[in-house]
Design a protein around this ligand. Structure first.
Ligand SMILES: Cc1cc2nc3c(=O)[nH]c(=O)nc-3n(C[C@H](O)[C@H](O)[C@H](O)COP(=O)(O)O)c2cc1C
Length: 197
């Protein structure tokens, strides 16, 4: 497992190195991601925990060079298509928002989004363990992406994730190059309360 630590990331408390080693670069080389690698990424997502083990996540993927990759890339907004278009694979992360209850009725699954978040993080950590990087994007055109992947009813789009091999910051356009720096975090004291707010 490659656990080289990004420059400038120093945890305040002891933590498994995988958490600080994962970050979201924008520079990808054009190295292909094989179908076997895609399966390993999906396998990691598969084992995420979920309420009642409903496993509501759905991941629609396409590798660079496939028409479906271009279709997903073209739904990205802002700078996202510029850099994400070089990634080896794109995943649209979706949740199925209903489950069948004991009476056979389709009812809302209120933890579907939360559970799908676990699946994306599992995929991201698996990518890092394979020497790849995953970068999530909320910047996409909802209607276009729904059409591109033929999103069924009762499903919600969460993000598109680009996965690939990290490239040099120098390969990015000027505005993005300046932002190719691993981010920091709020202190534990700010994100937690002992006992109550
Ligand atoms: C749901 C979600 C949406 C995001 N949307 C975008 C995006 O549209 N474009 C982008 O460049 N980064 C996007 N990011 C990346 C975040 O900016 C990044 O994860 C955050 O700054 C923390 O940095 P790190 O992942 O490098 O630790 C998104 C991340 C998440 C989880």
């Amino acid at each position: 497992m490659s656990l080289d630590q990004p420059v400038g990331r120093h945890p305040d408390h002891p933590v498994a190195p995988q958490f600080t080693a994962r970050w979201s670069p924008r520079s990808f080389t054009e190295r292909a991601v094989s179908e076997a690698e895609v399966m390993s990424l999906l396998e990691a997502a598969r084992w995420a925990p979920s309420a009642s083990n409903h496993q509501p996540w759905r991941l629609v993927w396409a590798r660079r060079g496939e028409d479906a990759f271009a279709a997903i890339r073209d739904t990205l907004t802002g700078n996202n298509p510029v850099w994400a278009g070089k990634a080896g694979v794109l995943f649209a992360v979706v949740s199925k928002d209903t489950v069948t209850n004991r009476d056979g009725k389709e009812v809302a699954n209120r933890t579907a989004g939360f559970d799908s978040g676990s699946a994306w993080m599992s995929l991201a950590l698996q990518a890092k363990s394979m020497g790849l990087f995953a970068h999530a994007m909320g910047g996409f055109d909802k209607d276009k992406l729904a059409a591109a992947i033929a999103l069924p009813e009762d499903h919600t789009l969460h993000c598109v994730v680009a996965v690939g091999e990290q490239g040099p910051a120098e390969a990015l356009p000027d505005d993005l190059r300046a932002r190719e720096i691993p981010s920091q975090r709020k202190p534990v004291e700010e994100i937690s309360r002992h006992g109550r707010f």
